[in-house]
Design a protein around this ligand. Structure first.
Ligand SMILES: O=P(O)(O)OC[C@@H](O)[C@@H](O)c1c[nH]c2ccccc12
Length: 254
C-alpha cells in the first residue's frame, strides 16, 4: 500500500521533470519567419568573435529585439562556450533554449535536460542513422525537442525515415568551414525531389549576415533561421535584428 503511494508521488514528480518544455516547434509553426539567435563567443573558423562577451546582455538584446529562441554554445575547447552560461541564462528568459553541442552520447542528452535546455542539436554528420533514431527517442521521452542538422546528401540519407521534425540545414561545412547559403536551396530541392519537403520544419543555419540573405531564405520558404556571428559582432544586436527582421515585433522589456 505504502509503496504504491510513494510511486504515485514519484510519477507526479517525474512528470514535472519531463513536462513539455518551451517549444521551438510552436514558433516555427507560425507564418512569420522564426529567429533563433545564437550566443557564441568564439569559433574555430573565426577565432574570437565577441571581445566584450557578456552573455546576459546579449540575451537581453536578443529577446528585446524579438528573437523567438536562443541558441547557446556549450563546447569549451573550440567555441569558448560553457554549460554554466546555459545554466545561468535559463532562468533569465522565457524563450526556448537550444543547447549547441556536439552530441555523440545519450548522457549528453540527459545532461542537456538538467542544464535547462529545451532543444538539443543532433548533427547528422557525426552520428549514425541508428544513433539519430535512438537519440530522437531519448529526447522525446525527456520532453526535449531536437534540431537535426544536415549539410549534404549523405546527412540527408541518415535522417530519412526517422522521427525528425525540425530539420536544420547548415550552410557551413563543419569540416572545412566554407559557407554557402545557397546550400539551403540545394537541400530543399533534394527534399522536394524526394517528396518529403513538407515533413519538416526547416531552419537555415550559418552565414546569414544581412537583410538580403534573410529575404533570400524567406523566399525559399524556410520556417526559421539561426544566426550567430552577425549578431555577436554587432555593437547593437537589438538594432541588427530590427534591420534583418523589420516585421518582427520588438519586445520592450525583454
Ligand atoms: O555564426 P553563424 O555563421 O551565423 O552560424 C550560427 C550557427 O549556425 C553555427 O554556429 C553552427 C551551426 N551548426 C553548428 C554545429 C556546431 C557548432 C556551431 C554550429
Amino acid at each position: 500500500m505504502f509503496l504504491q503511494e510513494i510511486i504515485k508521488t514519484k510519477n507526479e514528480e517525474l512528470s514535472k521533470l519531463t513536462q513539455k518544455k518551451r517549444s521551438l516547434k510552436s514558433a516555427l509553426k507560425k507564418s512569420e519567419l522564426t529567429l533563433i539567435a545564437e550566443i557564441k563567443k568564439a569559433s574555430p573558423s573565426k577565432g574570437l568573435i565577441s571581445k566584450n562577451f557578456d552573455p546576459e546582455k546579449q540575451l537581453q538584446a536578443y529577446s528585446q529585439g524579438g528573437a523567438d529562441a536562443i541558441s547557446i554554445l556549450t563546447d569549451e575547447k573550440y567555441f569558448n562556450g560553457s554549460t554554466e552560461i546555459l545554466r545561468q541564462l535559463r532562468g533569465k528568459t522565457s524563450l526556448p533554449i537550444l543547447r549547441k553541442e556536439f552530441i555523440i552520447h545519450p548522457l549528453q542528452i540527459y545532461e542537456s535536460l538538467f542544464l535547462g535546455a529545451d532543444i538539443v542539436l543532433l548533427i547528422a554528420a557525426i552520428l549514425t542513422k541508428q544513433q539519430i533514431i535512438s537519440f530522437l527517442d531519448i529526447s522525446n521521452q525527456l520532453g526535449l525537442e531536437a534540431l537535426v542538422e544536415v549539410h549534404d546528401h549523405d546527412d540527408l540519407e541518415k535522417i530519412i525515415d526517422t522521427k525528425t521534425e525540425i530539420l536544420g540545414i547548415n550552410n557551413r561545412n563543419l569540416d572545412n568551414f566554407t559557407v554557402d547559403i545557397t546550400n539551403t536551396e540545394k537541400i530543399i530541392n533534394e527534399l522536394e525531389k524526394m517528396n518529403i519537403r513538407n515533413n519538416f520544419y526547416i531552419v537555415s543555419e550559418s552565414g546569414v549576415k544581412d537583410k538580403n540573405d534573410v529575404d533570400y531564405l524567406e523566399s525559399l520558404g524556410v520556417n526559421g533561421v539561426l544566426i550567430g556571428e552577425a549578431l555577436m559582432k554587432s555593437n547593437k544586436p537589438q538594432e541588427k535584428i530590427k534591420e534583418l527582421f523589420p516585421k518582427k515585433e520588438h519586445v520592450r522589456n525583454g
